[in-house]
Design a protein around this ligand. Structure first.
Ligand code: FES
Ligand SMILES: [Fe+2]
Length: 448
């Protein structure tokens, strides 16, 4: 990977020159981690109840009064734009008899419970109790909606249900320094959420290594350097890791030589369809040519010249911020999120969110609603995903079958590659640190 960066036609950002391969050991990971109710319950209490996690994009709630919902296991948060520059997250349950305050995103002047009409202002203070003469025992000042912590970064909104949590900036460590691409300048153009029959970690792990490409996506090998992928895991940075997979270079697994023109033809076929060719000028590599095409395209949309490196324009530069956020760096549009679906260790939700540049003079276009796919729907039922859908179909063909195999196996643990699957081990070690913390008993049965 670093040799390809040496030959980039443009200057490469410093962070891509960093390579950290911490030695994390080789012990098997227990199968129970993916299957057991006890492990899932611990995650709900000690991880999801305490860690900063991705809830939504800022453009999901652009106007004061806009609300959206972030569900995680049995917990649910109502994310509300209270003021142009202030977002709040309320536990999505009425303080009267507990009805969900909202079950759909949308605009509200105030938060009025549909059951009996208890009403709160957008700032969470109590506005009205119908027949308040019947509630002399309720102190209006103490009847504000309980809230979670909120932080924003890169146009993303993060929440934390633990009122005593350290700030998000501390939580993410050096992640922001190593992610120099301004996602706040992009906007969400596609959001597809698919329910999968697997533990959330099984799904996540299918997307944070390129080791599976040879068997799962063999059609990509002519133009993807799978086994040349750089994996970065830092001893002293437990909350994030990264991989860089080069595009426009052949897989080292290929048993035959391919020319730059072969690579270009392969890419054109993938991106533009069969029969489309793009003759390379003398001395031009496929990577450089793809870089030129993408730089031209981005410049065409934003109206400003785009001078990013070939690598940023085209490679798969994928970060993982523990526990649920997987943004791609460079000029890629791709971002994932993984989380349990309901309170079930055998089910999860994978969100795919594609960000796009937009013309600032014309204003930010509205974000689309979430397109939900059930466990039996195919990614290809979401045509807005374009070419990605077919690749995701290959990935998600494995995912429920991994969950099924983990239940059938007589081997107590899964065995990981030392380097190519180091990101998986890295986050499991961090997960262990969260789960081993003993919590003080809480009064309402929830942590935090
Ligand atoms: S449950 Fe909300 S007003 Fe009664
Ligand atoms: Fe894949």
């Amino acid at each position: 990977m670093q040799q390809l960066l040496d030959r980039d036609s443009h200057e490469v950002p410093v962070t891509l020159r960093v390579h950290a391969a911490a030695d994390l050991g080789d012990a098997d990971l227990s199968v129970d981690r993916y299957l057991s109710r006890e492990f899932h319950d611990l995650e709900v209490e000690r991880l999801w109840g305490r860690a900063w996690q991705l809830a939504c994009r800022e453009e999901d709630i652009p106007e004061v009064g806009d609300t959206t919902i972030y569900d995680i296991a049995d917990r649910s948060l109502l994310i509300v734009r209270e003021a142009p520059e202030r977002i709040r997250a309320y536990h999505n349950a009425c303080l009267h008899r507990g009805r969900q305050l909202r079950s759909e995103p949308g605009w509200n002047a105030e938060l009025r419970c549909p059951f009996h009409g208890f009403t709160w202002r957008l700032d969470g203070s109590l506005k009205e109790i119908p027949c308040d003469w019947d509630f002399p025992h309720v102190d209006p000042a103490a009847f504000a909606l309980p809230e979670a912590l909120v932080a924003t970064w890169g146009g993303w909104v993060f929440i934390n249900m633990d009122p005593a949590a350290a700030p998000f900036e501390d939580f993410m460590g050096t992640f922001a320094e190593h992610f120099p691409w301004r996602q706040e300048d992009l906007t969400k153009g596609v959001h597809v959420a698919k329910v999968l029959r697997a533990n959330w970690k099984v799904a996540l792990e299918a997307f944070i290594e390129s080791y599976h490409v040879i068997a799962t996506h063999p059609q990509l090998l002519v133009s993807l350097g799978d086994a040349n992928t750089q994996y970065d895991v830092f001893d002293e940075q437990p909350r994030w890791n990264r991989m860089i997979t080069a595009m426009g270079t052949p897989s080292p697994h290929l048993p035959y030589e391919v020319s730059e023109q072969d690579i270009m033809d392969d890419l054109m076929e993938q991106f533009m369809g069969p029969g489309v060719t793009f003759p390379l000028a003398e001395g031009k590599t496929a990577r450089e040519m793809m870089g030129d095409l993408i730089r031209g395209q981005v410049g065409g949309v934003t109206g400003e010249p785009c001078e990013v490196s070939d690598s940023e324009a085209f490679d798969a530069i994928e970060y993982y911020l523990f526990p649920n956020f997987v943004p791609w760096g460079g000029y890629s549009r791709i971002n994932y999120r993984f989380r349990p679906y309901g309170n079930d260790p055998d089910m999860c939700i994978m969100d795919v969110m594609l960000l796009a540049p937009f013309n600032k003079a014309e204003g930010r276009p509205p974000a689309p609603p979430v397109h939900w796919l059930g466990p039996d729907d195919e990614w290809t039922d979401a045509p807005e995903l374009g070419l990605l859908a077919k690749v995701f179909v290959q990935d998600t063909f494995n995912i429920p079958r991994v969950q099924r195999g983990l239940k059938a196996t007589v081997k107590p643990g899964v065995t990981l590659a030392h380097y190519q699957e180091s990101r998986i081990r890295h986050y499991h070690q961090e997960l262990d640190r969260w789960l081993q913390v003993e919590l003080a008993p809480s009064t309402n049965g929830h942590s935090g």
